[in-house]
Design a protein. Structure first.
Length: 139
C-alpha cells in the first residue's frame, strides 16, 4: 500500500488515513481472534500490513509537518529509533505472553491479540486530541 498511501493522504487528509489505519488494525485483531485457521492468519496479516502502513506513513507525514526542514532528519531518525525499538520489545513480549498466558496455544493467541487493544485506544485518543485541539493562528 505504500505506493498509493501518499496519494490517499493528499486526497483525504492525514488524520483520516491514520484513523483508517487504526480501524484496519482493530479489524486485523478481530479477524485474528475469530479463529486459528490459515484463512484467519492470511486475512489478519494482510489487514495488519495495511493498517500499519496507513498509520506509519500517516504519522511520519504528521511528524514532518510538525518540524522545520532542518529538524526533520533528526526527528525522523529519533522517531524511527523509538518506533522500531518499540516493535522489537513488542515482538519479544509477544513470545512471553503467548507462552505464559494460560495453558493452550489458543489462550496465548487470544492474549497476544488482546494486548494490542490498549495501544489502539491510546493512539486513537492521541489522534482525536490532535484533531480537536485548538490551533494557534500562524499569521
Amino acid at each position: 500500500p505504500s505506493f498509493f498511501t501518499g496519494h490517499l493522504i493528499a486526497r483525504f487528509g492525514v488524520e483520516k488515513i491514520v484513523a483508517s489505519g487504526l480501524a484496519i488494525l482493530a479489524g486485523a485483531g478481530m479477524v485474528a481472534l475469530s479463529g486459528v485457521e490459515l484463512e484467519h492468519f492470511f486475512v489478519a496479516l494482510i489487514l495488519l500490513g495495511m493498517g500499519w502502513n496507513f498509520g506509519f506513513i500517516g504519522a511520519t507525514t504528521m511528524l514532518a509537518g510538525a518540524h522545520e526542514p532542518h529538524e526533520r532528519g533528526r526527528m525522523q531518525g529519533l522517531n524511527d529509533l523509538l518506533v522500531f525499538g518499540g516493535v522489537t520489545l513488542a515482538s519479544l513480549a509477544s513470545g512471553g505472553l503467548m507462552n505464559c498466558s494460560g495453558g493452550s496455544a489458543q489462550e496465548g493467541w487470544t492474549a497476544v491479540n488482546m494486548a494490542m487493544a490498549p495501544f489502539l485506544v491510546l493512539a486513537g485518543g492521541a489522534l482525536i486530541w490532535l484533531v480537536l485541539r485548538p490551533r494557534a493562528d500562524t499569521a
